[in-house]
Design a protein around this ligand. Structure first.
Ligand SMILES: [Zn+2]
Length: 223
């Protein structure tokens, strides 16, 4: 019964979240000032038109808007843990220059594919932040967005795990839909890149299915 009422509470909270966002005056997801989900000052300080190129490993390119420490990390935490879904739209739109940067050398039009979040965490939060980021970025960049990847098993959180442990945790954790026609070039979208283990697993699943060119963009990177 207790569990049921907790589930109900979470459900009501997630269902009511967009309404609460509409009724309450928007607050900046970084400095918390009233007026907008990302105020002009914070935009000027943290959201750059030039993405940071990251080591791509076996992907074709990787980039992020900037480091997790500071404003971008604050915005991500407000979005994910504060349940402010509207911030995903702002941050997704901010990803457009990074997407253009990584896809400059792709021979085909790119399709945006969100890196799937662990289902348990999606249920806890009531939304999948990577899917919201990709949808907003696709709308702003006029690029197709497709949810081609799924988690095939749940994974423990990567936070605090070593680089090699992260790779092991993610190994074989995703699969790609094979019942649909697949794009030739994909830009993966996520909120944070740390060791690259999650993006590598997503890329592995896409390659097995036949996708040839794969890059990744995220709001922030963490070292
Ligand atoms: Zn601000």
């Amino acid at each position: 019964m207790r569990t049921f009422s907790l589930q109900l509470q979470l459900l009501v909270r997630s269902a009511a979240a967009p309404l609460v966002e509409l009724l309450a005056p928007p607050r900046c997801g970084i400095c918390e000032c009233e007026g907008a989900l990302l105020c002009a000052e914070c935009r000027a300080e943290w959201i750059s038109d030039r993405a940071v190129a990251l080591p791509a490993g076996n992907l074709s390119a990787a980039a992020a808007l900037g480091p997790y420490e500071g404003g971008l990390g604050a915005a991500i935490r407000t979005m994910k843990y504060g349940g402010v879904q509207g911030l995903a739209r702002e941050l997704g739109e901010a990803l457009v220059p990074a997407i253009k940067q990584v896809s400059a050398r792709a021979a085909f039009q790119v399709t945006l594919v969100p890196i799937p979040t662990d289902q348990g965490r999606v249920h806890e939060r009531g939304f999948d932040h990577a899917a919201l980021l990709a949808t907003a970025a696709g709308a702003a960049a006029h690029l197709p967005v497709r949810r081609l990847l799924a988690r095939v098993r749940s994974t423990e959180p990567l936070h605090g795990a070593t680089r090699s442990a992260r790779a092991l945790i993610m190994q074989g954790a995703m699969s790609c839909r094979e019942d649909v026609e697949l794009p030739s070039a994909v830009v993966l979208v996520d909120d944070i890149q740390t060791s690259g283990a999650t993006a590598r697993e997503a890329a592995r699943a896409l390659r097995v299915a036949g996708v040839r060119w794969i890059a990744v963009v995220s709001v922030a990177y963490e070292r």
